[in-house]
Ligand binder design. Structure first.
Ligand code: GDP
Length: 308
């Protein structure tokens, strides 16, 4: 099923809930003579708030939805020799990056597109942030900074077989504006330690032991990367909004509902409250197909059997 079809299905109950708010307000205007039940303002207010929350929740899936559709930019960072290029290669299962024992040999940023559990990922291996007198290496450092500022997520690679260094510390401060997770590499070595010392360095971030050499922990790393984006924002049905226009329509519908909700709270006239509600109905209709005045009327008749 297409995403738009799925979104329309998800929006149908929300539109019905909106109609259920519109109907009593509209009926009290249209059929003043008829003996209609009193409007239960408290209930309308509650339904309106619930509706607003659902629309907002759906809209808030937009960032992850867009990222998962368009792809994630993941950048590997870390001091030289921690195994960034090796990890890059293992993740790509190819040998594109030059792996070497000499620190600072990966002078440029390499990018490759790979599919992580079906999600397109543009993986970039960086030259490492190192002050250097070497002009070529400095060029790489500049590119590294750019790749870092572009990244949706940084994977900070650290060598778990060695003690934490001042250089590691410096790199953490360089990337601290980015969301990052830590790949604690070389878990295959005997000297590897994964102690609380490492975790306390990264209080806000996940630390995942991996071995670029044996491939251990790479699946966990990939799952952790995706989890950063699918996270807590998912809608009940798992549906993600990926279209900027839909996001905009949902946000505007939410804003209209809020203005009606404020008016309802202040017991403003039904006409005023209805303006925002119809606006929201119209905006949702741009996604699902328009709701005509006749649809509203037939909803009124179906609810109250008035005027028959
Ligand atoms: P970079 O400078 O951060 O890109 O590091 P490289 O990928 O060039 O690796 C530096 C050295 O560490 C090389 O000798 C690699 O073979 C070694 N290395 C990288 N990953 C691992 C690993 O998981 N285990 C072990 N034992 N060695 C590794």
């Amino acid at each position: 099923m297409s995403l738009i079809a799925e979104l329309s299905i998800q929006l149908q109950p929300l539109k019905n809930a909106l109609l259920n708010i519109i109907v009593p307000l509209e009926s009290s205007l249209e059929f003043v003579e008829d003996d209609l039940p009193e409007i239960a303002f408290e209930n309308l207010q509650t339904t309106l708030s619930e509706l607003f929350c659902k629309i907002e929740k759906l809209a808030s899936t937009f960032r992850s939805g867009r990222l998962l559709r368009d792809g994630l930019k993941i950048t590997l960072a870390g001091r030289p020799n921690v195994g960034k290029s090796s990890l890059f290669n293992s993740l790509l299962m190819s040998d594109r990056a030059i792996v070497t024992d000499v620190p600072g040999t990966t002078r440029d940023c390499l990018s490759e597109l790979l599919s992580v559990q079906g999600v397109p990922v543009l993986l970039t291996d960086t030259a490492g942030i190192r002050a250097s007198s070497d002009v070529i290496e400095n060029l790489g450092v500049e590119r590294t900074r750019r790749a870092l500022s572009d990244a949706d997520l940084v994977v900070l690679v650290q060598d778990g077989s060695q003690a934490f260094t001042a250089e590691d510390e410096k790199i953490i401060s360089e990337i601290s504006n980015n969301p990052y997770i830590v790949a604690l590499n070389k878990s295959d070595l005997e000297s590897f330690t994964f102690d609380s010392f490492e975790s306390t360095k990264h209080q806000q971030s996940l630390v995942i032991p991996v071995s670029a050499r044996t491939g251990a922990g790479l699946d966990t790393l990939c799952t952790a990367i995706l989890k950063q984006f699918a996270g807590t924002e998912s809608y009940d049905s798992g549906l993600l909004v990926t279209d900027a226009r839909h996001f905009d329509l949902l946000r505007r519908a939410g804003a209209s509902l809020i203005s009606s909700s404020d008016l309802l709270k202040r017991r403003a006239s039904e006409e005023l409250v209805l303006v925002g509600l119809y606006e929201a109905l119209h905006l949702l209709g741009e996604i699902t197909g328009e709701t005509t005045p006749e649809d509203v009327l037939s909803h009124i008749f179906a609810t109250f059997c008035v005027g028959k």
